[in-house]
Design a protein around this ligand. Structure first.
Ligand code: SAM
Length: 463
């Protein structure tokens, strides 16, 4: 194992094995700690992943729901992916972009980027995740930077895309510095699997095959000054509990080295895609295991945002939102140029098949009906609350005094700009219900004033 590789499989498997013998008293102690919002280390997490006792499992779910409600309230942050290029030099067994899969590849021209962004803006999105395959020639860093510049330069009557998170292949400190300089939001990179043997098997060839280089990408991003990094694994490639421990060990290492762990954790599950056969993957994760994983991660890192994408269906999303998910995508297309194609009703050719085909407005309306507050907030990064600064505010509980006001103000903007009359009525009653939840009186008053101003046409308030 190289010094850069901090994932030791025999240690993790040994831990999962010995954790099965954790006493009831010890599990109760771990759960009590989680209930105090203190988070858990990977050794404690192993015990919660392996317990089979129904009373422990019920308590894990109960505490996850409690943490979610206490820290995030009813807010759900909304985003959409924007695929800009599907050229790829890697041969990843699970991905339709794999270079041995033949299809008409392309990257967006800047006019096409603008066309996609216009459609995303018409859906109300303010936060996007920019996605691309890895290809030094067809999709160099300068192309990604050009896309970002184009997007940030677009101003609409109702605002703009205010935060661009970027999900591109592991790269150099120099390239991360360029992303930092152009105001990247979160740099997102999924480890795919922390199990090196599986990693090397599913990444058949290409630069992504280098496990250690991929694993240390966030160290380089931090070195370049990117404080917000978002991790994740692609559930379905290896033993899911091994993956959760890998993620947590990675999180602890980032926390020790840089003062904050992951800003967000994504929990994608493997989906069917063109050019791969899903039945060939022996570690697909069933719904019950997946729910437990989301709940345990929520207990382990209560202040880390958890992202769920369109890979999950409507029913599953509903359950997971209660257990810990704090960010979801809506109205997504996972195809390069997919939003414009959808608008023109052309046949689609996605990176993988999404499980929730409803429009953004349908999803957002349903969230409101279920008592959630869809939030289009992008304030933290714009106010410099990133990395360890964000985490210390979150841990002190102060963040609540800014998140709820921002959520209510951006939801009002959304209702005014994109909602019909019934949606505006729903928004007004949600605001009446939630405003008293803002503990700080001055902030509550300011929020109410700003909401009134938004209703008369002013925009882009944030704290
Ligand atoms: N190329 C970038 C990299 O090297 O990390 C990432 C961009 S890729 C468009 C985003 C993510 O899609 C990948 O990290 C992978 O986890 C996910 N993905 C690929 N194939 C998938 C599938 N069949 N089902 C679900 N997610 C998939």
């Amino acid at each position: 194992m190289s010094s850069e590789n901090f994932i030791n499989p025999s240690y993790i498997f040994g831990l999962l094995d010995s954790a099965k013998r954790t006493s009831d008293a010890e599990i109760t102690k771990i759960l009590d700690k989680a209930e105090r919002f203190e988070g858990l280390n990977h050794i404690e997490i192993a015990s919660l992943l392996t317990t089979n006792k129904p009373e422990h499992i019920a308590r894990i779910f109960g505490i996850a729901g409690k943490i979610k409600q206490h820290i995030y309230g009813n807010r759900i942050v909304m985003f959409a992916p924007l695929y800009v290029s599907d050229y790829c030099v890697n041969r990843c067994a699970y991905c339709s972009y794999n270079c041995s899969h033949e299809f008409g590849r392309r990257r967006l021209t800047m006019d096409e980027v603008r066309e996609e962004v216009k459609i995303l803006e018409q859906m109300g999105h303010k936060r996007i995740a920019l996605e691309a395959g890895e290809h030094g020639k067809q999709c160099p860093i300068d192309y990604i930077l050009e896309c970002m510049r184009t997007i940030y330069d677009m101003k609409f009557e109702n605002g703009a895309i205010r935060r661009i998170n970027v999900n591109i292949a592991a790269t150099t400190v120099e390239n991360y510095r360029k992303l930092k300089d152009i105001s990247i939001g979160t740099y997102i990179l999924f480890q795919e699997t922390y199990h090196q043997e599986t990693y090397e098997k599913v990444h058949v060839s290409g630069p992504k095959k280098d496990f250690a280089y991929h694993l240390t990408a966030f160290d380089r991003a931090h070195e370049a000054g990117i404080g917000d990094v978002g991790g994740g694994v692609l559930f379905g490639l290896a033993d899911p509990y091994f993956e959760v421990l890998g993620l947590m060990i990675h999180n602890e290492r980032l926390d020790e080295r840089f003062g904050s762990g992951f800003h967000t954790i994504s929990v994608p599950r493997l989906c069917p895609a063109a050019g791969m056969t899903i039945s060939e993957f022996p570690n697909l994760v069933d719904d019950a295991t997946f729910e437990r994983i989301v709940a345990v991660i929520r207990l382990a890192v209560p202040f880390t945002g958890m992202i769920l994408s369109t890979r999950e269906n409507h029913e599953m999303r509903g359950k997971l939102l209660k257990l810990g998910i704090s960010q979801i995508s809506a109205g997504s297309s996972t195809e390069v140029g997919g939003y414009a194609k959808r608008a023109r009703k052309e046949i689609i050719n996605p990176q993988f098949f999404v499980n929730d085909e409803r429009t953004a407005l349908e999803i957002i309306t349903e969230l409101m009906d279920d008592g959630f507050i869809p939030s289009f907030c992008t304030a933290c990064y714009r106010s410099g609350r990133t990395g360890d600064r964000f985490m210390s505010l979150a841990k002190s509980g102060q963040i609540k005094n800014v998140c709820l006001p921002n959520a209510l103000m951006t939801l009002t903007e959304y209702a005014e700009d994109y909602g019909d009359a019934p949606f505006k009525t729903k928004t007004a009653s949600a605001i009446n219900r939630e405003l008293p939840e803002i503990a700080n009186e001055r902030m509550r008053q300011k929020t109410a004033e700003n909401i009134a101003k938004i209703r008369t046409g002013e925009r882009d308030f944030y704290v």
